[in-house]
Ligand binder design. Structure first.
Ligand SMILES: Cc1cc2nc3c(=O)[nH]c(=O)nc-3n(C[C@H](O)[C@H](O)[C@H](O)COP(=O)(O)OP(=O)(O)OC[C@H]3O[C@@H](n4cnc5c(N)ncnc54)[C@H](O)[C@@H]3O)c2cc1C
Length: 300
């Protein structure tokens, strides 16, 4: 279907301002790289997103859902389909010990609301710069807590077009994996079960975690968090550092001096630079240690 006709059809479902043509994905990824999406939409409500997905399925247009793009590289060639960005789907409700959040709600806001309600369990996730949908898809985690530890259930739009309630076992959450990945299933919202605790204690744990992040992560450069998964539960930063790869560059992409499992965009990196550097790190580590590194970040 040609772009103009597709835009016309999408305009029957949502306001024009939520539809962008030839949108540079460098504006929507924390790495600040990536070519244009043929179309990017940011639906203003869950029903609007569901209708858009129905339309795209019907017209056989390929699409992918993104949150904050904090675990993503979009290729320099861009994406010849529709990117659905969930940023406007960000309602959060508190019901006793349960926080229900729409897929585009930021983990930082969810944790802040948990703090305001003196609910504990989300502190470790507070510094992860992603959304609820991205966190469920990735089973995001930090400091020995993963979203699976607090997730009660999620509402998921299945490839069949049905909406299902999926409990954590159904989602098959394990280290940075879920059944959502590599499927066209979309997390619409999630419910987190937290525990009452003293507000001061929650606040101090959040502050401690934030200061650990600031002191160990290169937050002053665009990046996408850890590039590679842990191996047998062990962080891989030391492995990369011992292979002599700190500060190694490909174009504008550099292995961070502060944290060797981070690649940073020093200013003018392209997606190809970052992907090239990832390959170089993998090959070097394999040659020096025999270990195969597996990437955590997703490539579109
Ligand atoms: C500075 C920094 C620190 C980080 N620290 C951590 C950390 O400590 N722990 C950690 O786990 N991660 C960390 N990350 C990585 C990242 O923030 C997490 O993986 C986060 O959960 C991704 O959320 P997102 O909304 O940005 O998802 P995106 O990057 O937009 O998408 C990631 C994946 O989720 C899918 N997705 C997004 N939304 C939905 C949805 N609604 N339904 C279905 N699929 C969806 C996308 O298609 C994609 O496959 C860090 C990143 C940065 C930049």
């Amino acid at each position: 279907m040609d772009t103009e006709k597709l835009v016309e059809s999408l305009e029957t479902l949502m306001d024009k301002k939520y539809i962008k043509v030839k949108e540079p994905m460098s504006r929507h990824t924390t790495f600040r790289v990536g070519g244009n999406a043929r179309i990017m939409i940011s639906p203003s409500g869950i029903d609007e997103m569901i209708s858009a997905v129905e339309l795209l399925e019907d017209k056989q247009v390929k699409y992918v859902v993104i949150g904050n793009g904090s675990n993503l590289i979009v290729s320099d060639k861009g994406y010849d389909g529709v990117i659905i960005k969930t940023v406007n789907l960000n309602s959060i409700k508190v019901n006793n010990n349960i926080i229900e959040a729409d897929c585009g709600a930021f983990l930082s806001r969810v944790s802040k609301i948990a703090l305001e309600n003196c609910l504990s369990g989300a502190e470790a996730l507070s510094g992860i710069p992603g959304t609820i949908g991205g966190a469920v898809s990735m089973n995001a985690g930090a400091y020995n807590v993963e979203i699976k530890d607090i997730l009660q259930y999620a509402f998921v739009l299945k490839e069949s077009g049905n909406i299902s309630i999926m409990y954590k076992d159904d989602l098959m959450l394990s280290y940075r994996r879920s059944i959502i990945q590599n499927s066209n299933n979309i997390v619409l919202s999630a419910a987190l079960m937290l525990k009452p605790d003293s507000c001061e204690a929650i606040h101090s744990r959040m502050a401690e975690i934030q200061s650990k992040r600031v002191s160990t992560q290169p937050l002053n450069y665009p990046n996408a968090g850890s590039i590679f998964k842990r191996i047998s539960g062990q962080p891989v930063g030391a492995l990369i550092e011992n292979a002599g790869l700190k500060n190694v560059t490909v174009g504008g992409a550099k292995v961070s001096e502060k944290h060797a499992n981070f690649i940073v965009n020093t200013g003018n990196a392209t997606a190809s630079d970052i992907i090239g550097l990832i390959e170089l790190v993998k090959e070097t580590v394999k040659a020096k240690t025999g270990i195969d590194l597996e990437t955590e970040i997703k490539i579109i």
